[in-house]
Ligand binder design. Sequence first.
Ligand code: NAI
Length: 500
Amino acid sequence: MNLNQKNLPTIKVATPRYNRNGLKNAIVHIGLGNFHRAHQAFFLDTLISKGLSSSGIFAINLIADPFPLAKIAAEQDCLYTLITKGGQDEADVRVIGSILGYVNATADKEAAIARIAKGETSMVSLTITEKGYFRDTAAGDVDWNHPAVKHDLQHPEDPQSIYGFLAAALLRRSANGGGRLSIVSCDNFPSNGKVLKESLLSFCAQVYPALSPWIEDNVSFPSSMVDRITPNANAAVIAEVEQNYGIADKWPVCCEDFIQWVLEDDFRLPAAAGFDPKLLAAAGVQLVRDVEPYELMKMRLLNGGHSALAYLSYLMGYTDVADAASDTLMGQFLRRHYMEEVTPTVPPVPGIDLAEYKDTLIKRFANRAIGDAVLRLAEDGSQKIPNFMLKPLAAAIQGGGAYKAIALALAGWARFLEGTDEAGKPIPLKDPEGQAVARAAKIAREEPEAFLKAAGVHGIGEGEFGKLAGVFKQHLENIHRQGTRKALEEFVCQAASPLI
Ligand code: NAI
């Protein structure tokens, strides 16, 4: 049975029972990938099903899609199957109906800009990956030399980057009296709302200086922490949906059963806005005054833990995340060493027992049912490692804490970036922005300091930096001399005695 609006009554799993034609598009989402469909669109579907929201989502992608998404979305009326799987439990399968329309901006820029500019839109959310923000993490600023950003500074009327699109849309909105708006970044970097706001205002100061005060007065940028492990959808998920549930869906998505969205309560929307974000609380979203402790916990323990697992376990021959996390050696390394070194750098988080949180993470990583790939976690390391691993590393060093396990994970990344595995086979590196650090990795054994600087280590004194370089080099040598498994074994055994 092809998945589309007409066929919904004959589909055997839970489907939207609400009138999709009667919904508005008060929410625009930029970055229609897997995660949005497993997370924000799921929350919205829940709200609409409960009769609490009359708004759906209009989705936009700013870069070309790797498959004919526009065609699939049109054929399927933007419907898709979401399969949610816990470790042991039965899968929860439902068709999600909260996405109402889609446009790819590379095919129709005007439609994308007009959507955001429209007065009907009250909230814009983003999942455009870390690299979509073109940040130079070490400089703490936008990478103004990035080709897309440079292009937009010269041709703001013909945008390519998120800043160019938002600026063009907000310029039009301000001229049309489109009213207040909230823009919510749901990507994995600290203070995502604040950073997006600062970046956009710096961009506007250069192209549309008169727009900045309007943005200050009319647009809020709540920060948010989002969590739900969502692997890349693949042919196996398509086959599973067809074979087990009789649904011919070219666009299903599979994710874990855990879900969390902690959202800064800073919307400043008028009462008449098309969507009231406070409603999200009724679907389980936590609206809080300060998101930062939640962000740091999630980025440093979950994302950092994922990165630590990814590079070392790929070198140990693993391709599946659950297999790697179920390896006792890896599990011990992550839980007893890596996460324990990181923990003192995480502030107290309201309502969370960190020990329990870490135990749950190991179980979530080992969720075999979702089929997550080690290489997905390894992607875009240059964009992730600075926030996920280097910031807690610097904080651990500044606080006089242990950091040997973090340095070992970093050595795993350097070894991975050398580009061949332990059998000499090429590693499919996927990190377009990471060429400089990959070059530094090739000579990291001779010049560990240069690698650490290229990776983005900063904010620690010279003496401590030299000490870190020594620890890192020793780990990298061990990985080369004995292989990753032996190096990890030796570390876990020796670490039973006190560390640094
Ligand atoms: P995906 O690969 O399915 O989708 C990536 C999305 O980012 C696409 O919509 C693509 O058009 C957009 N994009 C990529 N580069 C861009 C650029 N330069 N400019 C504008 N848009 C760009 O990935 P997925 O799973 O949807 O994840 C996206 C982001 O969501 C992650 O990078 C992360 O920040 C966040 N996230 C993902 C989680 C997951 O488990 N997949 C969990 C928590 C957060």
